[in-house]
Design a protein around this ligand. Sequence first.
Ligand code: PPS
Length: 287
Amino acid sequence: MTEEELYTTYKGVYLPKVVHSTESLKYYEEFSFRPDDILIVTYPKSGTTWMQEIVPLILSQGDPELVDTVPNWDRVPWLEETRACDLNLDQRPSPRVFITHFKYDMMSTGFFKVKPRVIYVMRNPRDVFTSYFHFSRMASYLVTPGTQAEFLHKFLDGKAIFGSWFDHVKGWMSSAEQQHIMYISYEEMILDLEASVTRMAQFLDTPLDSEMIRKITDRCVFKNMKKNKMSNYSLVPSTMMDQNVSEFLRKGIAGDWKNHLTVAEAEHFDEFYQKKMQDVKYNFFWD
Ligand code: PPS
């Protein structure tokens, strides 16, 4: 099916109609944030699901009950998703944790007024692309990606859902709310998950001893987290996500793009990246 059939255009970006109804987008626009809310912000395929595991475990000081019994989409709801309207989020105790894939300029008036805490997770866009390509093959609510070369054009042009990776990262990197935002990359988490969990716990004012940090890290490494049926999307019907085509927790590594992009595609990506990112003064982990 085509973009016209499967997607709606919202604030200039494509969103899949099945997952974001008009009602849910309105709900998000009117959502009442609290200052102690924790909002995990990601461009898709950058580590969202990983954070839906890590942050609840930090807040529970390593107690796994929540992550063992509640699916990630209920434990850390996706604010702009259709389901969020039905979860009585206004009755949840603080601190509440949510995710969003929205670009900075798509955030609601309530967000800018209240300024909740944000953890912004970013990932090498070449790996985001690779992960996204495989995900687009298995998720029935997304337009089938065509060839890798075709999807690369769409991705670089911001024609994938949630728009351009470049606009997303640049917008959040230059946000005016930086004192409320912690920036972290998927690659840092891969390299040293214990240090990453420690940094997040400090940002969230949750004291953790070294045993708790070790326990959380152990549960959240790819091979262990993949076994958690509350987090690996095995509860989603295969008509929606066909994990025989590609698993949701697919590879969980940094640098998989090298196994997929041709030399010409990688060069084209680099050129595009340099042009788009030339005005960004930030040492990204993958540069
Ligand atoms: S989504 O659809 O936006 O919610 O996807 P998202 O969760 O952001 O990204 C999916 C990728 O994250 C990988 N992942 C992990 N990597 C390492 N360790 C852990 N624990 C982990 N959990 C999820 C997942 O495998 C996807 O990346 P790829 O490269 O496709 O494997």
